[in-house]
Ligand binder design. Structure first.
Ligand SMILES: [Zn+2]
Length: 382
C-alpha cells in the first residue's frame, strides 16, 4: 500500500516495513531526546550529570527502542485481527508511529473494538511492567539503564492513553465507532466518529500553533486526512457492496477461439471495432485474453500462420457472478488492470467487468439516494 518502504523482517509471517519518512524522524527524535535528557533524568529522580553515555547516543538508543515498542503495539492489533479471520498485509513504520495494513475491515463492530483495544493494552501493560521493574529492582541498574527503563515505560503509557483518545482513525476512535455502530448503521457510525476525529484534529492543530509545536500540527494534519479518507472508503464500500458482479457486468461478450489465426483476429477487431477479446477453447472455457498490444509483437508475415493461443495472455484475473462489487473493485485496483473476466464455477465466461461498469453502479446508487432524500423532504415543502 505504501510506496517507498522496505521490508526489514517478518514476525509471525507479517512483514515489518520501514517507510522512508521513518528514516527522517529517527535522527530527529534522537536529537530531541538527547536535548531533553536532563529533564528526563530529573523526572526519573536521577542526579543531573549522573549519566555515563553521551546524551545523543542515549537518545538514539531510546528512539530505536521506542519504535520497537510501536512494532509490538501494531503486532498486538494484527494478531487479534488475524484471530478474527482478517489478513494482515504488513506493518509499516512511518513518520508518526506504525500502521498495520489490513486486507479487510472487521465485519463485526465487537471484533473491531477488540482489535483497536489490543494495541493500547499492550503499550499500557508493557509500560506498567517497566515501571514495576524499575521500582522494585532500582539498585540493580546503573543510571543509564534506569533512564532507559523509565523513559520507555513513560512513553509506552503515554502512547496507550494518546491512542485511546477518540480521535478517529485512532484506536480510541475505532472503539468509539464500534460502540456507536451497535446502535446505528456502520456508515453512520463512521460519519459520527469522523466528525469527532476532525474536532480533535482541529484541537491538536490549535494547540500546536499556540505552543509552536510542529509535531502536534503534523499529528492534527494526519488525523484530519485519515478521518476523511476512512469515511470515503467506507462510503464507496457500502455503496458497492449493495451490488453483485452479475448486476452490472457486460454480458454477451464477443469471444474468440484460441485456434484461430491472428489474421482472423485482426479482421474481427476491424469489423467489430473492439481492441481486445476473451479467448475460449473448443469447449467454450475461458483460457486467456488477447488485445491489440499482443498482436503488435508479431511480424505481419506470420499473421496467417500463428494462432491466437500463441500470443494471448493466460494469467487472467477472474471474479464470480455472485461476488460483491466492492470485492471486484478491490481486485481491479490491486491488479491495476482495466477489466476482469466474470467466470462461473464451471469455468464458463459469463461476462466482463470494467471500471466504467463499477462507476455505473456507484452513480446508480447515488441517484437512488438523491431520489429517496427528495421523497423524504417533499411532505414538509407542501
Ligand atoms: Zn494502535
Amino acid at each position: 500500500m505504501f510506496k517507498n518502504s522496505l521490508t526489514i523482517m517478518k514476525v509471525y509471517g507479517i512483514p515489518i516495513r520501514l517507510h522512508i519518512s521513518f528514516l527522517l524522524i529517527l535522527p530527529f527524535m534522537a536529537v530531541a531526546i538527547g536535548n531533553n535528557i536532563e529533564a528526563i533524568a530529573d523526572m526519573a529522580n536521577l542526579p543531573a550529570g549522573g549519566l555515563s553515555i553521551n546524551p545523543y547516543v542515549l537518545g538514539f538508543i531510546l528512539a530505536v527502542l521506542l519504535f520497537i515498542s510501536v512494532v509490538f503495539h501494531e503486532l498486538s492489533h494484527s494478531l487479534v485481527a488475524r484471530s478474527k479471520g482478517i489478513e494482515i498485509r504488513d506493518i509499516t513504520l512511518m513518520l508518526l508511529g506504525g500502521v498495520a495494513q489490513m486486507e479487510d475491515d472487521a465485519r463485526e463492530p465487537e471484533d473491531e473494538a477488540w482489535m483497536a483495544f489490543a494495541g493500547p493494552l499492550f503499550s499500557l501493560v508493557f509500560g506498567a511492567f517497566l515501571f514495576l521493574v524499575l521500582w522494585n529492582f532500582r539498585g540493580l541498574f546503573n543510571n543509564d539503564l534506569q533512564i532507559v527503563i523509565y523513559y520507555l515505560g513513560f512513553m509506552n503509557i503515554f502512547l496507550a492513553f494518546f491512542n485511546l483518545l477518540p480521535a478517529f482513525p485512532s484506536d480510541g476512535g475505532r472503539i468509539l465507532r464500534s460502540l456507536i455502530a451497535r446502535k446505528t448503521s456502520y456508515l453512520k457510525a463512521t460519519k459520527i466518529a469522523t466528525s469527532v476525529g476532525k474536532f480533535f484534529a482541529l484541537l491538536f492543530g490549535l494547540l500546536g500553533l499556540l505552543m509552536g509545536n510542529l509535531i502536534w500540527i503534523l499529528i492534527a494534519f494526519f488525523i484530519y486526512i485519515g478521518a476523511s479518507q476512512e469515511y470515503q472508503t467506507k462510503l464507496v464500500k457500502d455503496t458497492l457492496s449493495d451490488f453483485r458482479v452479475k448486476d452490472l457486468m457486460t454480458e454477451n461478450v464477443s469471444t474468440i477461439n484460441e485456434n484461430l489465426t491472428i489474421k482472423y483476429l485482426i479482421d474481427k477487431m476491424m469489423e467489430e471495432r473492439h481492441s481486445g477479446y476473451p479467448v475460449v477453447n473448443d469447449q467454450g472455457e475461458l483460457t486467456g485474453c488477447v488485445t491489440m498490444e499482443d498482436v503488435k509483437s508479431v511480424p505481419r508475415e506470420e499473421h496467417s500462420q500463428k494462432r491466437i493461443k500463441n500470443i494471448m495472455t493466460t494469467d487472467i484475473i477472474t471474479v464470480q457472478p455472485e461476488d460483491d462489487l466492492f470485492a471486484a473493485f478491490k481486485t481491479l485496483s490491486r491488479a491495476d488492470i482495466g477489466r476482469l473476466m466474470v467466470v462461473d464455477q464451471t469455468g464458463e465466461l459469463k461476462g466482463i467487468m470494467t471500471r466504467s461498469d463499477i462507476m455505473k453502479g456507484y452513480r446508480l446508487k447515488m441517484l437512488n439516494q438523491e431520489q429517496e432524500n427528495k421523497n423524504k423532504i417533499e411532505p414538509f415543502g407542501r
